[in-house]
Design a protein around this ligand. Structure first.
Ligand code: HAM
Length: 480
């Protein structure tokens, strides 16, 4: 019978049957009989399986929590790029950045929405017994910050923020438990122009991302609130009705309204009002001052070159604090979770111990906006680095490290081989780092004060004086 080959596993678990002459493991049948040897092999196998499996069971791979994501370097670079575009727009509109804590007293969010909101929050008691919540949005924290430290500043105060928010929702595509918002608030302005400024900035932001297909809709929550009050809905139950209208759940709203004593005709008229959708002409159907207000908002938007948004009195918004104009942007490509931006005018400061101050703001759902871009086929090109320094031989490594340091000091993004790699392998690293140039340091070139500069795209190589290296790379990189 041919003897099995000594493979790595057989060698490890001691089952090699090639005999004492096996040059790879030097294990053989030895002095034991064949059946004793087989038993022995089984026993060894048992020990090895046990030994190998126990540590793996104990250290099962830990994943990030449900509804959260890790962002690997490629993704992170892309996110920072788009975040930068939004930041640019905010700054060109004269907004200044703020940052608030990721967690707040739960009270901050309960004050407006009631204790029921706790179900949707990541809320917990800290070691000091305080009720804490991870922020589900950043408007309430921004207004708290305004009341605490900015209330005497000249108005309007224009601020923006970028950061993660947490909502205890059922995760699905485009809906996460940890997600990012890029938002802005104009505090202390209560004019149609304030509203227009917020909408114009939101629209510029979406355009700056390169998004092609999105719909902007504006409405007026004041109109709905007024109608809901007029038909006899008790004030404390307004939110319940608005929630149903927000999702167009008329079948669920009917019994609810009936239970509150609202007549069938009034209920149907309310539903019809939320179906008021169209161009500026539908504003003639908008009762009271709200119609005039929205007409002025649209006039400002047109003057600022913002594509006229659709008028839609069915824009209800999920949050309770809005009082006047409300707006949303949606990207149809996203399907169910298509809302990529939402905002409106509101008052909150009086709830947090300050004076009543009207504000307008919005937040772009950063993750959804990026998803929409992806669906539209937008491709982000990795930025890469300017130069990758590598060595032709080991004796120049220290000198090469100095050259890399000089390039970095000259403001060029530079990586270098720090793994003592041979040139061919180091060149592969240069290409996976997306370097525009490889700087090859060799002993003979160094004698002339030179290195070899290789254009990674074309493969062209030339000798360059070390003294000229930075300007040569900078001059040819075609960036400011
Ligand atoms: P919001 O509509 O609740 O408004 O959120 C703004 C945006 O955040 C949404 O349009 C959506 O794109 C994104 N978003 C919300 N929840 C999730 C989630 N679970 N996963 C991924 N993205 C999500 C606000 O938060 C208000 N604070 C906006 C505002 C600012 N109003 C006035 N000022």
């Amino acid at each position: 019978m041919p003897r099995p080959r000594c493979v790595a596993v057989a060698r490890i678990i001691g089952t090699c049957r090639r005999g004492p002459k096996c040059h790879r493991c030097h294990r053989g049948r030895g002095l034991l009989s064949s059946s004793t040897n087989d038993l022995c092999i089984l026993f060894r196998l048992y020990l090895w399986v046990g030994f190998l499996s126990v540590p793996y069971i104990d250290t099962a791979m830990i994943q990030c929590p449900r509804g959260t994501r890790d962002f690997l370097p490629d993704e992170m670079e892309k996110r920072r790029f788009y975040e930068g575009r939004l930041r640019n727009v905010a700054e060109t509109f004269g907004f200044r950045e703020i940052e608030t804590p990721i967690f707040e007293d739960s009270e901050l969010f309960i004050l407006r929405s009631g204790p029921n909101v706790l179900k949707e929050l990541y809320a917990f008691e800290d070691k000091g017994g305080r009720s804490i919540a991870l922020r589900p949005e950043m408007t309430a924290p921004a207004i708290r910050m305004f009341v605490n430290g900015m209330s005497n500043d000249p108005k309007p105060i224009k601020i923006f923020y970028f950061g993660q928010c947490f909502r205890y929702e059922r995760p699905q595509s485009g809906r996460y438990r940890e997600f990012f918002q890029f938002g802005a608030e104009i505090i202390g302005g209560a004019t149609p122009q304030t509203d227009a400024e917020a909408i114009a900035m939101a629209s510029s932001m979406l355009r700056s991302l390169g998004l092609k297909d999105y719909r902007l809709r504006i409405g007026h929550i004041g109109v709905l609130r007024q109608r809901i009050a007029d038909i006899g809905v008790p004030k404390e139950r307004t939110a319940e009705v608005l929630q149903k209208l927000d999702k167009k759940l008329y079948d669920e709203a009917r019994p609810l309204l009936a239970d509150m004593g609202v007549s069938e005709d009034d209920a149907e008229a309310l539903f019809k009002l939320t179906e008021t959708v169209g161009g500026v002409e539908v504003l003639s159907q908008v009762p009271g001052e709200a119609g005039d207000w929205l007409r002025q908002v649209v006039a400002y938007l047109e003057a600022m070159g913002v594509q006229t948004p659709e008028i839609d009195l069915g824009v209800v918004r999920g949050l309770d604090y809005y009082t006047g104009m409300v707006f949303e942007a949606e990207a149809p490509a996203l399907g169910a979770e298509k809302q990529i931006c939402g905002g409106g005018s509101y008052t909150l400061s009086e709830l947090f111990g300050g004076e009543k101050v009207f504000s307008t703001g919005f937040a772009v759902g950063f993750d959804r906006a990026l998803l929409a871009l992806e669906k539209e086929g937008a491709v982000y090109e990795r930025r890469g680095i300017d130069a990758y320094v590598l060595c032709a031989s080991d004796d120049v490594r220290i000198r090469a490290a100095g050259i890399a340091a000089d390039l970095r000091a000259a403001g060029l993004s530079t990586d270098q081989d720090i793994m003592d790699r041979k040139m061919a392998k180091a060149m592969k690293s240069a290409s996976s780092a997306c370097a525009r140039y490889a700087v090859i340091v060799g002993a003979r070139d160094l004698e002339n004060g030179e290195v070899t500069l290789r254009d990674m795209a074309t493969g062209e190589q030339s000798n360059v004086l070390i003294a000229d290296l930075a300007s040569r790379i900078r001059g040819e990189r075609g960036r400011p």
